[in-house]
Design a protein around this ligand. Structure first.
Ligand SMILES: Nc1nc2c(ncn2[C@@H]2O[C@H](COP(=O)(O)OP(=O)(O)OP(=O)(O)O)[C@@H](O)[C@H]2O)c(=O)[nH]1
Ligand SMILES: [Mg+2]
Length: 230
């Protein structure tokens, strides 16, 4: 990350505290994601989910929030997950595998009103079933656009995750598009909202797939999860 881009993160000491992670953990995260990543499968039904083969980390969030872009940033593979300006691009559960015991799952975006109603219901059903019943699922990262903060539909999804007892945590995306004071305000509001949710993990990582901000920290967080699960 370039020095100047660190400024917003450093101004608010409670954020992305690189201090949340030791240099060793940052390095473990880098190593974890340094290998080859590949597309595994796109599941359109529970029956077509891959056989559990290690820990899964899923990325949820409104359409267009930057789920696919963040997966590409984490894996350092620009074209791994398909990104688009057209909301609702990712319509299935897309699985990517890298190191032997880790799968990343790109979930369909929610809140995209223009999609055919029937199809939206199908995605919602599949995604809910997956989130509620998937044994290898270690964490759901709920992505929140730094320009917009939490929306009512995010709250609905967070309620569902809490009720289902699924471990989840918020991640800010597109932080390159907001200035430091706005970012500080949005993160504080999001942290406060997440603290009110007992099942939610209170940490918050502020990321930008564009400039790479927070990506090393998120890799370290996932490496930590994998270690804790081992
Ligand atoms: N400036 C900026 N743009 C971003 C960032 N992340 C994603 N975008 C842009 O936002 C748009 C949507 O990104 P995607 O990664 O496709 O979003 P998604 O959440 O996967 O969208 P769906 O699959 O439709 O739900 C694309 O035009 C990206 O280039 C970021 O960190 N900064
Ligand atoms: Mg996508």
């Amino acid at each position: 990350m370039r020095g100047d881009l660190r400024v917003p993160f450093l101004l608010n000491g409670s954020m992305n505290a690189s201090g949340d992670f030791s240099a060793q953990e940052i390095e473990a995260g880098r190593r974890l994601f340094a290998g080859d990543w590949a597309f595994v499968t796109a599941a359109a039904s529970l029956a077509s989910l891959p056989r559990p083969a290690g820990m899964e980390v899923a990325f949820a969030g409104r359409s267009n929030v930057g789920k696919s872009s963040l997966i590409n940033a984490l894996t350092g593979r620009r074209g791994l997950a398909r990104t688009s300006n057209t909301p609702g691009r990712t319509q299935e559960l897309i699985f990517f595998a890298g190191p032997p015991r880790l799968l990343l799952v790109d979930l369909p975006g929610y809140g995209y009103a223009a999609a055919a109603k029937q199809k939206v219901a199908a995605w919602t059903g599949l995604t809910n079933d997956y989130l509620r019943g998937r044994a290898p699922l270690a964490r759901v990262y709920v992505l929140v656009d730094a320009r917009h903060g939490l929306k009512a539909i995010d709250e609905t999804v967070l309620d569902m995750l809490g009720q289902a007892g699924v471990s989840h945590e918020a991640v800010l995306t597109k932080c390159d598009l907001v200035d430091a004071p706005d970012l500080a305000r949005t993160s504080e509001a999001l942290r406060a909202a997440m603290r009110r949710r007992p099942a939610a993990f209170p940490d918050l990582v502020a990321t930008s797939a564009r400039d790479g901000g927070g990506v090393a920290e998120l890799r370290a967080a996932i490496a930590r999860l994998l270690r804790e699960r081992a």
